[in-house]
Design a protein around this ligand. Sequence first.
Ligand code: COA
Ligand code: AMP
Length: 633
Amino acid sequence: MADYQTEHQRSLADPSAYWLERARDVHWFKSPTRGIDTSRSPYNTWFDDGEINACYNALDVHVENGRGEQPALIHDSPVTDSHTTFSYRQLRDQVARFAGVLRSRGIERGDRVLIYMPMIPQAVIAVLACARLGAIHSVVFGGFAARELAVRINDCSPKLIVSASCGIEPGRVVEYQPLVNDALQIATAGVSGCIVFQRPQSHWAMTPGRDLDWDAEMAEAEAVECVPVNSTHPLYILYTSGTTGSPKGVVKDTGGTVVSLKWTMSAIYNVQPGDVYWAASDIGWVVGHSYIIYGPLFKGCTTVMYEGKPVGTPDAGAFWRVIEQNRVKVLFTAPTAFRAIKRVDPEGSFLQHYDISGLQALYLAGERCDPDTLQWAQDKLKVPVIDHWWQTETGYSICANCQGIEPMPVVPGSPSVAVPGYDVQILDEDGTRVATGDIGSIVVKLPLPPGTFINLWGAEARYKSGYFDHFPGYYETGDAGFIDDDGYVFVMARTDDVINVAGHRLSTGAMEEALSNHPDVAECAVMGVHDELKGQLPVGLVILNDGCTKPHEQVKAELIKQVRDDIGPVAAFKLVAVVDKLPKTRSGKILRGTLRSIANSTEWNMPATIEDPSVLEDVTQSLRSLGLAREPS
Ligand code: COA
Ligand code: AMP
């Protein structure tokens, strides 16, 4: 094994040489001779004279190299009581055929296809079929509602939508058709059709001239070959939350994604071809893109796609059952999933019923892992528990304990050290490096390594202004934290209005927009408060219009419904209070930082700029009515 320091230093000293060497490990139709081009920094490109196809690297290459009969994808679905395995050959054939369906419906290289699907194999097939054609997929998480879907349709103007009749949440079937219909009503961009996979749990009533049946189309289709694309060609757009209500369409290139993700499978996760890898996430998030679909398949692993929850499907032993039954070697999930298991089964008694001895390591990401949860997981599973830190924008971890390079001691509370390719630093507001141990903005010195975002879809200026202008020469992660004497990074909080609910990144700005759309709301503020299970929960404070005579309880119920209908159930917006005034500065800005501190019962100082300090008393009382803003004990 290479040692970490040497590897990290080599990656920073000559990024092009370092990554060109790693690029030899993937299949190219035309091998690249150039590494990075920084002439338009921060709009950098990787391997720009190479030609590649991501689907070929995920499937065809393995069939051709003798892995055709190995399981590629296991769909483990306790909510439908089914377990289905696709070999590499079967998956390749299905994908090639679905690519034929897409082509017969006019999809070519560069066209966008929006995928709004539950956790079923057809979602993976749709994603890889897009990659096969060089079409750009944009997957939208099933827990987002019609308005969020419409915003994404308008932004990336897909030619087609691929969907399914329903998703299945414990205790309820989520019908997709009303959501897609509503989204298409709201959206102004024209979509030429929807391809629908009918599930037995619910029937999508087809709209003639618009909707096409998955099975019928597949029966007619011809398999198509992979289309080579330039390395810099966009592979996908994935929307993520920012400070404002309008989501950011993070664009990933093809070559950089293939090279980096394949490399991470051995360097970070220490898995080999044939190993079983399970990312318990959703294909609608970046973790799902990188580690349910692309990474494990690039590496020739077997990937597990789990349609269920950590608890309740049927019990808190669900994860251990999946590990045993599918011989999982590496599990990757969010700390919130472990908090959910720990809450129901603190003793870990369900573990006695399963043999999880094949598990080599647990990886956690999506939110800060509290040391208690890390300790609990370590005690119960008796394998290394590795917190690693990353973002939709980077596609894989910025900091991790790289098990395939040099396993390092685990320090609870820290996602360890910078991954090769990332020069992580801490800066103060003026852009000066802070002393070791001091808190500041976490930034990455440019250039970023391959596989990180190359742009924001249709928003080139926002890409630069949102991430690179504040600290010239650096990528601003939006997280704050510090680095200790040993180079361990500690990620403590966001520097913007993004909150993290059950590992899901959400924008308080988007929730404020949804509340403002209610006719009785004059003004509002939404902030994140600490929650034992989900990490954070949103809480809203609203001022009603003068003429509003409705009982407050009724308005509150309507507001909760409004956020659920506009953004989706995933927002978990259930805490709202009506107030007379919001604390503001003399220039009229809402003092969100102070509100956050009060709600979270953390220390705060009276802001010098506050217009009317007495407002804080009323607001504190309202927050107390929600069980927040506790008196200091
Ligand atoms: N489609 C439709 N609705 C969805 C959905 C989907 N794909 N995913 C979640 N929802 C709904 C849930 O049913 C729930 O609805 P409810 O308000 O009617 O109960 C709501 O959105 C909130 O969901 P969630 O945040 O998942 O909370 P939960 O209480 O259902 O489960 C956990 C809590 C911790 C068990 C769950 O969040 C979990 O398993 N997290 C794993 C971590 C993860 O996947 N992170 C992603 C990044 S790695
Ligand atoms: P997303 O883009 O949805 O993956 O969310 C990325 C954000 O989640 C980061 O900017 C962090 O705020 C948070 N995050 C992800 N992983 C971690 C981690 N291991 N520790 C602390 N915060 C994390």
